[in-house]
Design a binder for this molecule. Structure first.
Ligand code: ATP
Ligand code: MG
Length: 427
């Protein structure tokens, strides 16, 4: 039997790749607009990085990491998320000393050994942003705004932004006590895992995917976090700033982010109509992580969005791309095989002017070439025959519009690329 891709992984090809590129392009463009510069970190990291940052009691550490030993006995992990790697890189490249505040954007695959299902994969992809080196609530406001703007730009229009503050470490200790008190009467009804979480990290109960636990936690209504004055002030500033930026949010939901490193502001963006896996993006403030990974005590904020889920959420909102308008480039068809050399010279001229161009090298019939041209997604098919070559002309057909014209061979490239433009694909 032919080999197949692993469960929970996907090949991307055809029109899907165009959709992905559009999301990646939108995310990159907007992140840059907001002053974030791109960073690319390795897909493999020292296991200790995640053990020290994400938190021992989290799903990621307990059951989702792809972990292996290399031949030298080092514990390696396929990265399950981006934040820890980026903080490591921030410190490794002395961005703390050289620039202090850094705004970094990333995009790429993440790996989690989860049970594959709709919207949940083992290799999935995230784009995300991390602003490291500031405790200002404006950093939170700016990053949440960027997160929502990218989603809008990708065609995810109907979203709910859940906003909360998990407070500082002291607040979290007090809030954990209070939450345990409220949950204790229901302890017997919680799943086995949540009974363990109850002692170790009670907030994880709020995040449990088990319906029974979910129901109990959800009955509590409102934030489970008790905030000190400083955290209250910070949260008020964030809310004020978001209002000013026109970002609607819901701060009445009972939720906590699953990872240990979060403090103060946390948020999740849910897309309508995605079913159980409706979280498209999430993030928050992590004011101790840089220090915990050996750096200075500075605040930071970040978010990540799952590209697969963004595309699932966008598909309902965005009309499929206009097939005629998305056609690009030229398919050069030749009437007989001995024109291959001449044809190749012509497509090279087009390519040198930035026009995507392709042709057949296998002596296919003209009819077969025209069929292939139509399937190829090219905007034009140009037909070169011996007679045309002698007359120094060529016929160009616009496959999107169906129109056809014959032009001089000498001006072929200009006709296609446009006399003033160096390229016909200026995206
Ligand atoms: P979930 O609650 O759905 O498991 P999460 O809290 O584990 O999500 P984060 O770690 O916050 O997710 O990652 C941010 C985003 O990455 C999520 O909102 C989601 O869009 C995406 N994501 C996370 N895990 C997966 C996965 N296994 N497959 C596809 N996308 C994922
Ligand atoms: Mg998860």
């Amino acid at each position: 039997m032919a080999l197949q891709s692993l469960r929970g992984t996907t090949d991307l090809l055809g029109e899907t790749v165009h959709q992905w590129s559009r999301v990646e392009h939108t995310a990159r463009r907007l992140a840059k607009l907001y002053g974030y510069s791109e960073i690319r970190t390795p897909l493999i990291e020292d296991a200790a990085l995640f053990l020290r940052s994400v938190g021992e009691t989290t799903d990621i550490i307990q059951k989702e990491m792809f972990r292996f030993e290399d031949r030298g006995g080092h514990e390696i992990v396929l990265r399950p998320e981006g934040t820890a790697s980026i903080v490591r890189a921030y410190l490794e490249h002395h961005l703390d000393k050289n620039q202090g505040f850094a705004k970094l954007f990333y995009l790429g695959p993440m790996f989690r050994a989860e049970r594959p299902q709709a919207g949940r994969f083992r290799q999935f992809h995230q784009y995300g942003a991390e602003a490291i080196g500031s405790s200002s609530p404006w950093v939170d406001v700016e990053a949440i705004t960027l997160c929502v703007e990218i989603l809008r730009g990708c065609g995810v229009a109907s979203t709910d932004v859940w906003l909360s503050s998990m407070g500082c470490r002291d607040d979290q200790r007090r809030s954990a006590e209070a939450l345990r008190k409220r949950l204790r009467p229901h302890l017997g009804k919680l799943c086995k895992e949540c009974q363990a979480r109850f002692e170790k990290n009670v907030f994880r109960v709020l995040d449990c995917k088990n319906p029974a636990c979910h129901e109990i936690a959800w009955d509590f209504k409102g934030s489970p976090f008790l905030l000190c004055d400083a955290c209250t002030a910070h949260f008020n500033d964030v809310r004020q700033g978001l209002k000013g930026a026109g970002i609607a949010y819901d701060d009445t939901k009972t939720f906590a982010r699953g990872l240990d490193y979060y403090t103060r502001t946390v948020f999740e963006v849910r897309a309508k109509g995605l079913g159980a896996q409706d979280a498209v993006a999430a993030g928050g403030r992590y004011d101790h992580l840089v220090e915990e990974l050996g750096g200075p005590s500075v605040g930071a904020f970040g978010f990540a969005a799952g590209i697969e889920r963004v595309l699932m959420a966008a598909s309902g909102d965005v009309k499929p791309a206009d097939a005629a308008a998305s056609r690009r480039g030229v398919y050069l068809a030749i009437a007989q095989p001995d024109l291959t050399g001449e044809g190749f010279r012509l497509i090279q001229t087009l390519r040198s002017r930035g026009v995507p161009a392709t042709m057949d090298y296998d002596s296919k019939s003209l009819k077969a070439q025209l069929r292939e041209a139509d399937k190829s997604g090219c905007q034009f098919v140009a037909v070169l025959g011996a007679k045309e070559l002698q007359e120094q002309t060529i016929t160009i057909k616009d496959l999107g519009q169906g129109s056809q014209r014959t032009v001089r061979l000498a001006s072929f490239a200009e006709e296609i690329a446009g006399p003033a433009k160096a390229s016909c694909h200026s995206s």
